[in-house]
Design a protein. Structure first.
Length: 478
């Protein structure tokens, strides 16, 4: 019969070390199996009957050590029984070593799982999104083929024309435009799936506009678990424009007069969120020097710094290769606007390209940049100051407040480039040429910061107050 008991050994200081001893009814070992719990207390602080440390601030932690040891010994005894051997000292020692090794491995696995779980969840979400897009594309192909089979002319359903339009222009439309036309299709199905192209009037468009503004369900839910209804102004403007594009394209074929529709104005105001998120030069330099725990963290942090030094969009920055470098400049055609841009390489940008052998293709998604930047900044407790962003829906402003680090997506690197360049006195026309915007007005209205403008004005005129230093918290566009 096996028995566990507590063994107390008094040291020269009068303290006792606590161990657990195992004895066996057929005991043949000169020295019994004994394991120390690594717990040292005064004699009156340990209750042998209860097996607990009492009267100490750290009693809970010490008792946990004793309990872990006792559990491991009991597991070792069970292992001996399962092997069919008596728990003499040698056999129990071997079993105990196996149990401890197993527990250590399990603890390490648990630690690794906690570290990798967020990344795994992110990857699974990305895979799910890709699968959903594939399913939607296959459904769209089926619907297009059904439309070509002869369903469109007898019924003249507007949804059928939208499907035809997407299929006809699939190879020339950018992905974002394809998504918006698909969103029009889904919105019309939700609003009035039997809508015919020859029934569309100004009143029809006004009703569709109001549906988008006040009734269209979004994918996100509110605090009560209900789907948020009503799209933002910018989205409504975009969907109405796509709706009209399909209508105009097939108006003659469908035998309808589009003159009244062409004169109609949707009346949805263009609202610009001016509270842009970006880093100032000090913040960017700080982030460059932060410690990264993994190569994945370092890759995405460095990629963000590279974008912030070039002003390139995500889709263009990850395409840069050595072939795009000419005379210490990046020369690349931007995918969004199909225009060539020439960007002088900064020292940081050149060093990063060389470090990664001119290959950032391992950066797959914008969401990964956001995820790793947030993780790094949270670990270093940086950029936690609240940041207010304003969204416009139904012509009304709605605010959300988040820590600044939560808003540092890949797109903010481009804004960081523009604003640091403005802050340091780079000519606005030069910035426009580098970032590829066609109008100076966009940079002045969207990327400019009021605080910096006041400082600039102070260079030419006497101001009522001392020129304000550039705002470190940064107000610019999301």
């Amino acid at each position: 019969m096996s028995k566990l008991s507590y063994l107390l050994r008094t040291n020269k200081s009068g303290l006792v070390t606590i161990s657990i001893k195992h004895t066996h009814h057929q005991h043949i070992d000169k020295v019994p199996f004994v394991k120390a719990a690594n717990v040292v207390v005064f004699p009156n602080q340990f209750d042998k009957d209860k097996g607990k440390v009492l009267g100490r601030p750290d009693a809970t932690e010490l008792n946990k050590k004793i309990q872990v040891l006792e559990n491991n010994i009991n597991l070792a005894l069970e292992l001996c029984r399962s092997r069919g051997v008596e728990p003499f000292k040698a056999a129990l020692e071997e079993a105990y070593t196996s149990v401890v090794a197993f527990e250590q491995a399990r603890a390490e696995s648990s630690r690794l799982l906690k570290e990798t779980a967020p990344r795994l969840v992110l990857t699974l979400h990305q895979q799910l999104e890709e699968a959903q897009k594939l399913v939607a594309e296959l459904k769209q192909r089926i619907e297009i083929q059904e439309a070509f089979a002869g369903n469109i002319q007898p019924q003249k359903l507007f949804t059928a024309y939208v499907k035809l339009f997407i299929g006809k222009h699939k190879n020339t439309l950018r992905q974002r435009s394809q998504d918006n036309y698909t969103n029009v299709l889904n919105a019309v199905k939700e609003w009035n799936p039997r809508l015919r192209i020859d029934e569309i009037t100004v009143e029809t468009l006004e009703a569709f506009r109001d549906f988008l503004l006040t009734e269209k369900k979004q994918r996100v839910k509110d605090k009560e678990g209900e789907f948020v209804v009503g799209l933002r102004n910018g989205t409504v403007r975009e969907l109405i424009q796509k709706f009209k594009s399909v209508y105009y394209f097939y108006a003659e074929q469908a035998g309808v007069d589009d003159s009244k529709i062409r004169k109609w104005k949707h009346g949805v105001k263009r609202k610009q969120n001016r509270k842009v998120v970006f880093l100032n030069s000090d913040e960017l330099n700080l982030i460059k020097g932060l410690t990264c725990l993994t190569e994945r963290e370092k890759l995405h942090r460095d990629f963000y710094v590279f974008m912030a030094n070039t002003g390139l969009r995500f889709v263009d920055a990850r395409r840069v290769t050595e072939a795009h470098i000419n005379d210490d400049k990046i020369v690349i055609v931007q995918q969004k606007v199909s225009e060539e841009v020439t960007i002088p390489l900064t020292a940081d940008a050149l060093a990063l390209l060389q470090d990664y052998k001119f290959d950032f293709s391992e950066v797959k998604y914008t969401a990964q940049v956001s995820y790793y930047m947030k993780r790094i900044l949270e670990r270093h407790d940086l950029l936690g100051q609240p940041h207010v962003r304003t969204h416009f829906k139904q012509n009304q402003a709605k605010e959300e407040i988040k820590p600044k680090r939560d808003l540092l997506g890949a797109h903010t690197a481009r804004k960081t480039f523009i604003n640091i360049a403005l802050e340091k006195g780079t000519k606005i026309t030069s910035i426009k040429n580098i970032v590829g915007h066609a109008e100076l007005k966009m940079i002045l209205d969207v990327y400019g910061d009021g605080t910096m403008n006041e400082k600039e004005l102070g260079k030419a005129f006497i101001m009522p107050h001392k020129a304000i230093e550039a705002n470190l918290d940064m107000k610019a566009v999301a």
